[in-house]
Design a protein around this ligand. Structure first.
Ligand code: PLP
Length: 370
């Protein structure tokens, strides 16, 4: 056996996205102890940078040492207790995973189902809230990576807040790619992933809880069933001022990388990053339409960073993706769930959302399809 040396690919799938050399360099810096005062300072800065990315003043804003799925699970196991009712919006793979999380908490999921190509219907959510005033939370995926649809998080949250329900949001693919205002929109529990529009290494899940969410956790009747994801235990680990105590060994170097990735986002400016994603999406859209390739999601509901497109008639899905990978070192994503074999998912996320990548993708697709 030899050292593993992966090829240099261009990652235009649903994640992980391309990582900038600056972030990879940060990852290679010397490991220091996770309770070293210098590391603790870095974690404090990380919290500030995460608050900026989420647009929140929430004191509880951290990165879970595990991928986006752990962020999802952390929200449900901490906020939901057995016997409670949660309105879950399901318009793709990750909405279904939310339902499963609710069921595993011993709670009841009231489903709001939509097509696997559309946003969550705000009207249907309004009706579900009306019919289930005893629900404690409304949960939905802001950016459905399985379909490329973005939902109106602000409108859904407004409805839930009118009935004092908690708002649980999956922002794994949305954070850094499209507008997301945690405080202004009244979102209570929001989790994300490091490997999408933040363009950091996979395996970290930014998470933020509002005061209402913290109050719900503190009023729990039963202990959280997961020790690792029990956020009341993690609080002491992330709340600084020299009194940090051991909970688990932090992924030290990955957190350097997240700090660097968030610094890049801060320096670019959130609005500029959102605009760049939109511009690259428009460029891709123009090129794809010349190739006769059509989008799965209608224009107003499309995510710029995740472009789900129908595979043209008579084209071999796997063969095209394999040739893109082998001949162009280019990865695009296969369809997921109901769209498996029917669609490709082209991600333009974070550092990957650049003009040269759009050009490479269009040229490679044109040549392979010929
Ligand atoms: N939620 C959404 C919307 C996602 O796209 C993903 C991953 O693609 C996840 C949750 C799960 O994140 P992870 O794969 O980092 O566990």
């Amino acid at each position: 056996m030899q050292s593993f040396n992966p090829p240099r690919r261009t990652l235009l799938g649903p994640g992980p996205s391309d990582i900038s050399p600056q972030v990879l360099q940060a990852l290679a810096r010397p490991t220091i102890g996770h309770l070293d005062p210098l590391f603790i300072n870095m974690m404090d800065e990380l919290k500030t940078l995460l608050k900026y990315a989420f647009q929140t003043e929430n004191e509880f804003t951290i990165a879970i040492s595990a991928p986006g799925s752990a962020g999802m699970e952390a929200c449900f196991v901490n906020l939901i207790e057995p016997g409670e009712k949660v309105i879950v919006c399901r318009n793709g793979v990750f909405g279904e995973r939310m339902r499963e999380n609710v069921a595993r908490c011993g709670a009841e999921a009231v489903l709001v189902d939509d097509e696997w190509s559309s946003a969550v219907s705000v009207d249907k959510v309004a009706q579900a809230i009306e019919e289930n005033p005893d629900a404690v939370a409304v949960a939905f995926v802001h950016a459905e990576t399985s379909t490329g649809a973005v939902s109106d998080a602000e409108a859904i949250a407004k409805l839930a807040k009118q009935k004092d329900m908690l708002v649980i949001v999956d922002a794994v693919t949305s954070l850094g790619g499209v507008p997301l205002y945690v405080d202004n929109w009244g979102l209570d529990a929001v989790y994300s992933g490091s490997q999408k529009c933040l363009s950091c290494v996979p395996g970290l899940s930014p998470l933020t809880f509002s005061q209402q969410a913290i109050d719900k956790i503190q009023a729990r009747k039963n202990p959280v069933q997961s020790w690792f994801l029990d956020q009341s235990l993690v609080l002491g680990y992330w709340s600084g001022e020299g009194k940090r105590s051991y909970h688990h060994t932090a992924p030290v170097n990955s957190l350097y990388a997240l700090h660097e990735a968030l610094l890049i986002l801060k320096n670019e400016g959130l609005e500029n990053a959102w605009q760049r994603h939109q511009q690259m999406h428009q460029l891709l859209k123009q090129g794809l339409s010349k190739l006769g390739i059509e989008f799965v999601v209608e224009e107003e509901q499309r995510l710029p960073q995740l472009n789900a497109v129908y595979i043209p008639q008579g084209v071999d899905d796997a063969e095209v993706r394999q040739r893109l990978l082998n001949d162009y070192n280019l990865e695009i994503g296969a369809g997921l769930g109901a769209l498996a074999g029917k669609a490709w998912r082209i991600g333009l996320m974070g550092y990957g959302a650049r003009r040269e990548n759009v050009a490479l993708c269009l040229r490679a697709l044109e040549e392979v399809l010929k």
